[in-house]
Design a protein around this ligand. Structure first.
Ligand SMILES: [Zn+2]
Ligand SMILES: [Zn+2]
Ligand SMILES: [Zn+2]
Length: 343
């Protein structure tokens, strides 16, 4: 990158190309050098089956439904869904400055494994592959509903990120209108495509050339700390080929993705010696009936921790009222994640 010498060592801001928003970086506040220690993951001692867990096979859920004795992945409609499908297609209600719209949607829960004690990184590659296939099938099924224009597949992991149950599971919210984040990314990707080329294909080329923010790569997938990362150890997972959604991935790409997810989550878990709390999710093409050739499939990992298993990053003060801000640079975060052994 052609920059004024030393500019990135002092306070500066970086442009998030995917959202068009700025991030403040203050690297001088994180002068403490990384010593390279990697802590062992402590045994968090959960049972393989918990009779009190509503996601474990065969158990009763609140509301009376029973989770069947599933053996692989298991998907069901969320018993406490934030969105409902059976609402009238109401008009926008507005009274001057007060505007509201009816929003229809379907919320589902995806159990990754019948085993209560595993995390994504502890599952074997074949089991993670089944999760990838399930995500893909759900995107296809829900996206095919005529009024559903966006399908968000995500995982909240750890109490710190608001996950109410340690059983390995994720969620799917499919709804009528594009949520804010994908809407921003759609505008940015469309604007870039108007000049020719795909934003994330072009961005990946730059990152592969520079190399310093790459965390892990394989023949088909790359995990990197984006130049504009907000969370200390945030990563972006991208297929090298231009695909718009998970169903576009071929058989070997899905295996490759499962391997990459395993590698990345294992690095997270070993970084501070704790099951790393995070929110992760897939940004796929909107399902609004348009072609969306500009959209490049990707996953974001937003991990909550900053310095240790107990010191987290807060989004408060300047972040909340001004712009997001970080101390350790994306480059040093990538270096630290690279230094963690995967096995
Ligand atoms: Zn369970
Ligand atoms: Zn692309
Ligand atoms: Zn995104």
């Amino acid at each position: 990158m052609k920059l004024v010498e030393g500019m990135l060592a002092g306070p500066h801001r970086r442009l998030n190309r995917l959202t068009g928003e700025w991030l403040l970086v203050s690297p001088h506040r994180a002068a403490r050098p990384w010593q390279g220690q990697v802590e062992d993951v402590p045994d968090e001692r959960r049972p393989a089956y918990d009779p009190a867990c509503y996601l474990c096979p065969g158990n009763e859920r609140a509301g009376g439904a029973r989770t069947p004795a599933y053996t692989s992945t298991y998907v069901f409609d969320n018993d406490f869904a934030a969105l409902k499908p059976d609402l009238p297609d109401g008009p926008q209600a507005s009274d001057g400055l007060l505007v509201a719209e009816t929003e229809r949607g379907i919320c589902r829960v995806v159990c990754f494994s019948p085993r209560h004690d595993l995390t994504l990184g502890e599952m074997d590659q074949d089991a993670i592959r089944r999760v990838v296939d399930t995500w893909s099938d759900q995107y296809q099924e829900l996206g095919a509903v005529d009024w559903i224009r966006h399908v968000l597949v995500f995982e909240n992991r750890g109490a710190m990120m608001g996950a109410s149950n340690p059983h390995p599971h994720g969620q799917i919210w499919a709804n009528e209108r594009l949520p804010n984040e994908p809407a921003r990314e759609l505008r940015q990707q469309q604007a870039h495509a108007a000049g020719g080329g795909c934003l994330l294909c072009d961005y990946l080329d730059v990152e592969l050339k520079e190399g310093e923010r790459i965390v892990a790569q394989s023949e088909r997938f790359v995990a990197l700390v984006p130049f504009w990362a907000v969370w200390p150890f945030e990563t972006l997972v991208l297929p090298r080929a231009h695909h718009g959604a998970l169903p576009d991935l071929g058989d070997s790409e899905r295996d490759s993705l499962a391997a990459m997810l395993r590698r990345l989550t294992r690095r997270y878990d070993r970084l501070f010696g704790v099951t790393f709390p995070y929110s992760m999710g897939w940004h796929q093409q909107p399902t609004d009936g348009e072609a969306h050739a500009e959209w490049h499939l990707h996953a974001h990992f937003y991990p909550a921790l900053l310095r240790s298993a107990t010191v987290r990053k807060f989004m408060v003060g300047y972040e909340l009222l001004g712009s997001p801000q970080r101390d350790i640079t994306p480059e040093s975060a990538a270096e630290r994640l690279r230094a963690v052994p995967e096995d």
